[in-house]
Design a protein around this ligand. Sequence first.
Ligand SMILES: C[S@@+](CC[C@H](N)C(=O)[O-])C[C@H]1O[C@@H](n2cnc3c(N)ncnc32)[C@H](O)[C@@H]1O
Length: 213
Amino acid sequence: MDINPESISRYCESMSTCPSPLTEELAVFTREHVAMSVMLSGPLVGSFLGFLVSLLKARCVLEIGTYTGYSALCMAERLPVDGHLITLDINRETTDIARRFWGRSEGGKKIELRLGDAMETLAVLPGPFDLVFIDADKPGYPNYLEACLPKLSPLGVIVADNALFSGEVVNPVTATRNGQAVAAFNDLVRNNPQLESVLLPVRDGLNVIRRRA
Ligand SMILES: C[S@@+](CC[C@H](N)C(=O)[O-])C[C@H]1O[C@@H](n2cnc3c(N)ncnc32)[C@H](O)[C@@H]1O
């Protein structure tokens, strides 16, 4: 399903404040040299996440799913000097690429990578986090939400990527396992009376969640 026609996506990107040229260089490198580059969240999501970091005056950010470090860099570049971003992944190879690019900017030096299964790492992270970006394995999303909610700062926000899963969520019967998992996650969020959320059709969908005031 074509959620966002290419021309509209390009227009939105060109009318938005871009992440840095280094993030673009990282995206190009990833597309040319790394398998599964479709996993890159891309410039519009990167701009939106950076915008949220500024808007929330975030100091401590958590990311679940690093890949080659694109979204982490987009967020870290917008953190204040004493800001910190912790990002979790299981893949040493892709995160080695991330580290190489992060080392080239001041923003990147605010990033701490924790290698290992995200749920195991989350168990030992105290928080609080002002912004959490969930972008790892889709069946894990409910567990990540549950683990992150108690670690969210009072005005903290959680953003879950791929919330539309190429449109599969509108028809869970024909959806893949991952599409069904995302649809179930969206239902879980929507039916939790303690949460408020808005599902935005940005790229592959962003579910933006916070605790009700
Ligand atoms: C969609 S990619 C992340 C993309 C990245 N946020 C970006 O925008 O460039 C998902 C990542 O989650 C990682 N991942 C999958 N399952 C995981 C798990 N159980 N624990 C930690 N990381 C996991 C994968 O290794 C992969 O790098």
